[in-house]
Design a binder for this molecule. Structure first.
Ligand SMILES: NC(=O)C1=CN([C@@H]2O[C@H](COP(=O)(O)OP(=O)(O)OC[C@H]3O[C@@H](n4cnc5c(N)ncnc54)[C@H](OP(=O)(O)O)[C@@H]3O)[C@@H](O)[C@H]2O)C=CC1
Ligand SMILES: O=C1O[C@H](COP(=O)(O)O)[C@@H](O)[C@H](O)[C@H]1O
Length: 524
């Protein structure tokens, strides 16, 4: 699979893509003359050790960061850079020939321990940053790998105490961006009082994935697709996220949010907006985000009749503890929790292009496989002359695993026959782009922050529209304690979901057989 490789020749491709004229945006390069300091709040936590430090190391290893860039962790735990280094090691993928550079990377790191409330810790941090920057002009990036409960005080302290005086300052924020429209708006207002929108980078890591970034090119770089991308040709659109594991004993966080807030309201809706938006005036981040907001504004508020909610039960035959444990049996989840671990929602876009085309979003945990994909299902061929044997064209954009784009179509069966059969035009990245390096989503996104490109980050008005669509249903589920339908761990989810797909013009025939390369399937 053409994903993360330790292959450095591939670096050229990234660097080339950064310089490419097609990546037109406000900031495609960084100022190499000014020092940069990257501050990680919550440096002792899971996200920092599993994602942020590894990403910074890979970017450093591949010489993609401006020189000099230094890194400073901040958290309450009393740690040293050495203990941080030890915690991160299992996730850093260091090769033996990279050892010297790896040590160089950690030599650029500092760690400050302090509280999130009160000024003292932040004053110490600022002193440390000034020391690292030799009191020179420097740009600062602040990454908030923190629980939302401390967002507000940390951002106030950053603003009052830790801002670079001469260089620029950028703040990266992780979801959850609130729990509903009101809390999200309160957070947006709070941040807007402290920072300009162009200083705020709200991460949705799905926007850093190869095939999600490819959606714009697929749509607007291909005449054949752009002219059929509408209600005259498309019957339905199905966007799916599946994970084959449950809460693994850490359901506490998930139970507060549920799958709609965790995946559907952000990752899947972002994909939808890229699939459904009109062509932006240019590739400038604000032109793109303007179009995303416009299409979101055309989406009707989701209602319960257009949803299927599920919650998984343990599978007594399961081979792992996780598989045998039902959601409510997780000790960190209450026995009567009605939090959905599976959700299907049918969104309706009330505009000239999409009126009447259902956009079906499905996501779930503890299912039969790991998969994220978009299926664009075309309408039946009118005026059939093949006695009902034609099947619908379907364009599948597989985000993961194994990036691919394939188009299901009908062909004459080869040989002395006039029978017809289903086949595909197949663009499997593993085959077509064998030697390509596909960076991890976080690598792309953190690099974008250095470059000042907000193209793949969520703007506050996008967020407002996203919460408008989902808040009523989220409140209703909580208020009326709607019970989700149970499904077994490792299954495809509730049967009712297939029924709702069918009712919404998504036809599954079960007749398609893929004869593609064995290597590809082996890797899936
Ligand atoms: N380039 C490549 O790598 C290519 C790979 N392939 C592979 O070939 C295989 C088949 O292709 P695919 O497009 O998935 O073929 P299908 O159209 O047969 O779709 C299969 C999918 O349909 C869903 N499904 C199963 N039962 C039902 C049901 N009763 N009602 C509705 N949906 C159902 C399942 O997904 P779900 O559980 O999500 O609903 C299943 O994965 C896949 O593994 C695909 O990855 C195909 C072409 C190219
Ligand atoms: O944001 C989230 O995404 C992950 C899945 O990310 P992926 O890149 O591995 O597909 C999901 O497990 C998590 O619950 C959710 O918060």
């Amino acid at each position: 699979m053409a994903t993360q490789k330790e292959d450095h020749t591939a670096l050229d491709l990234i660097i080339k893509s950064l310089k490419s004229p097609t990546m037109v945006c406000e900031g495609t390069h960084f100022d190499g003359k000014i020092p940069h300091t990257f501050v990680i709040f919550g440096a002792s936590g899971d996200l920092a050790k599993k994602k942020i430090y590894p990403t910074l190391w890979w970017l450093y290893r591949d010489d993609l960061l401006p020189k000099p860039t230094k890194f400073c962790g901040y958290a309450r735990s009393s740690l040293t850079v050495d203990s941080l280094k030890e915690q991160c090691l299992p996730y850093m993928k260091v090769q033996s020939h990279e050892q010297k550079k790896y040590e160089e990377f950690w030599a650029l790191n500092e760690y400050v321990s302090g509280r999130y409330d009160g000024r003292t810790g932040f004053e110490l941090l600022n002193q440390q940053l000034e020391l690292m920057e030799n009191k020179n002009k420097a740009n600062r990036i602040f990454y908030l790998a923190l629980p939302p409960s401390v967002f507000e005080e940390v951002t106030v302290n950053i603003k009052q105490i830790c801002m670079s005086v001469c260089g620029w300052n950028r703040v990266i924020i992780e979801k959850p961006f609130g729990r509903d429209d009101a809390s999200s708006q309160a957070l947006s207002d709070h941040l807007a009082a402290l920072f300009h929108e162009d200083q705020l980078y709200r991460i949705d890591h799905y926007l850093g994935k190869e095939m999600v970034q490819n959606l714009m090119t697929i749509r607007f770089g291909n005449k054949i697709l752009s002219s059929t991308w509408n209600r005259e040709n498309i019957a339905s659109v199905l966007i799916t996220f599946k994970e084959p594991f449950g809460t693994q004993g850490r359901g506490g966080y998930f139970d507060e949010f549920g799958i709609i807030r965790d995946v559907m309201q952000n990752h899947l809706l972002q994909i939808l907006s890229l699939v459904a938006m009109e062509k932006p005036v240019s590739c400038h981040p604000d032109d793109i985000r303007d179009e995303k907001v416009k299409v979101l504004k055309s989406i009707e508020t989701l209602t319960l009749k257009d949803m299927v909610l599920g919650q998984y039960l343990g599978n007594p035959q399961g081979t792992t503890d996780d598989a045998r444990t039902g959601y409510v049996e997780d000790p960190t989840v209450s026995d009567d929790s009605n939090t959905p671990t599976y959700a299907l929602g049918v969104l309706k876009i009330n505009n000239e292009r999409w009126q009447g085309v259902p956009f079906i979003l499905r996501c779930g945990k503890a299912l039969n496989e790991r998969k994220a994909e978009v299926r664009i299902q075309y309408q039946d061929v009118p005026g059939d002359i093949f006695e009902g044997s034609t099947k619908r064209n379907e364009l599948v954009i597989r985000v993961q695993p194994g990036e691919a784009l394939y188009f299901k179509m009908m062909t004459k069966s080869p040989g002395i026959t006039f029978d017809i059969e289903e086949t595909e035009l197949d663009l499997t990245y593993e085959h077509r782009y064998k030697d390509s390096y596909l960076p991890d989503a976080y690598e792309r996104l953190i690099l974008d922050v250095f470059c000042g490109s907000q193209m793949h980050f969520v703007r506050s008005d996008e967020l407002r529209e996203a919460w408008r669509i989902f808040t009523p249903i989220l409140h209703q589920i909580e208020r009326e304690r709607i019970r989700p339908i149970t499904y077994q761990y490792g299954s495809r989810g509730p049967k009712e979901a297939d029924r709702m797909c069918e009712e919404n013009n998504f036809k599954y025939s079960g007749s398609y057989k893929w004869h593609g390369g064995k290597a590809a399937t082996a890797n899936l």
